[in-house]
Design a protein around this ligand. Structure first.
Ligand SMILES: [Zn+2]
Ligand SMILES: [Zn+2]
Length: 371
């Protein structure tokens, strides 16, 4: 059957902008570079606008407004609203409304960008086509009380065009006249918008497709350090879906998460406060629960009978995991320092278990390959 576009459901405004900006990025931008070359100013302008708009989405739209993971003073709000608009991803109120639905209904029909409807639907199909009637914006009442957010929502279009296209053109003009203005518009304007938009789209598509699920396999969100490199740290998406109120996505200090480092720095200069962190023990419990879930799946419904040795190893691991979880819960009831000791013990136990499990899985894979 030939492929037919659902023409009546095309969102013409969004489609024209998304496809138009992508086309300009692969035609007019290389033509400009070929004709005029590129100097440090244009490269710096592109990098500055890429970081300002990308971080405004991750720091502002996402971790501040959507999840309230910290509180911010007005300069931070104003900056992220202005440069967030310049990413052309809708007003903060609209963006947050969609995103909160994504978290509330992950992988189900009411998730606006559910990956269960296909990779391309999650990436950008949901923006190009109107598959469902526009749902009401009924989950951002807390943000609608804020005059700055209402102002940005009302003047979203002039703000996005002004900060996203006219400002880089103006800066380019001040630097090198007409050619500079054209360079600013094409590079720090159009090409940068395309790059930031696809960075955000990747969080909805690739971050629900590639990577591991150490904290919970109950939803499709995944942790991937490779994705974190391209998304200002949003690639630790499995952690984020499990603990959405944490200002960090990369929870370990060494995990690449420029968004959390920016928020932390803003706290140092007292522009933000009240950073919310999930306690270590809660994170550890989630990892324990997930490991037990995986074990139960393997033990409960193997595709083929498990070799006796593997079954014994897995059952022993399962029992030890249960003991660690129970011991930890008891220590927590006791509270105080003993809980810390128990957490350390649980961590050491987890590391040992991980080694055992890896070995069991290797034996299992070998047994299956032979069988
Ligand atoms: Zn989120
Ligand atoms: Zn997600």
């Amino acid at each position: 059957m030939p492929f037919r576009l659902p023409a009546t459901r095309i969102n013409w405004v969004n489609s024209s902008f998304l496809i138009g900006s992508a086309l300009v990025s692969v035609t007019a931008v290389p033509l400009y570079l070929w004709s005029y070359g590129v100097g440090p100013f244009q490269l710096g302008l592109f990098a500055a606008f890429f970081c300002a708009t990308g971080l405004s989405i991750t720091v502002g739209y996402h971790r501040l407004f959507a999840h309230l993971t910290f509180r911010a003073r007005w300069p931070v709000k104003l900056f992220t609203l202005l440069f967030g608009a310049a990413a052309f991803e809708n007003s903060a109120l609209e963006w947050v409304s969609d995103h909160r639905k994504h978290h509330q209904h992950t992988d189900h029909d009411d998730d606006p960008y559910s990956v269960t409807h296909g990779f391309w639907h999650a990436h950008m199909g949901w923006i190009l086509f109107k598959l469902n009637a526009e749902p009401p914006r009924d989950n951002v009442a807390d943000l609608e009380k804020d005059a700055l957010l209402r102002w940005q929502d009302r003047y979203y279009l002039p703000l996005s065009v002004g900060v996203g296209f006219l400002l880089p053109a103006l800066l380019g003009w001040l630097h090198a006249g007409g050619v500079g203005a054209l360079g600013g518009l094409l590079l720090a304007g159009v090409a940068r918008v395309t790059a930031v938009q696809h960075m955000t789209f990747c969080i909805n598509s690739l971050c629900h497709t590639i990577g591991r699920r150490p904290y919970s396999s109950r939803c499709s969100a995944r942790d991937s350090w490779i994705m974190a490199l391209f998304t200002f740290g949003e690639g630790y998406h499995n952690y984020h879906h499990e603990f959405q109120y944490d200002y960090r996505n990369g929870v370990r200090w060494w995990q690449w998460d420029p968004t959390k480092w920016t928020i932390w720095l803003l706290e140092r200069v007292r522009l933000v406060r009240g950073l919310r962190r999930v306690p270590h023990e809660k994170i550890l419990l989630a990892q324990l629960a997930e490991t037990r879930r995986r074990l139960a799946t393997v033990l409960g419904s193997p595709p083929r009978p498990l070799p006796e040795r593997v079954r014994e190893m897995l059952q022993a691991s399962e029992a030890r995991l249960a003991a660690i979880a129970a011991g930890w819960a008891a220590a927590r009831a006791d509270c105080g320092n003993r809980a810390d000791v128990q957490i350390d013990r649980a961590r050491a136990g987890m590391a040992e278990l991980r080694r055992e499990l890896r070995q069991a899985w290797r034996v299992l894979a070998r047994a299956r390959a032979v069988g």
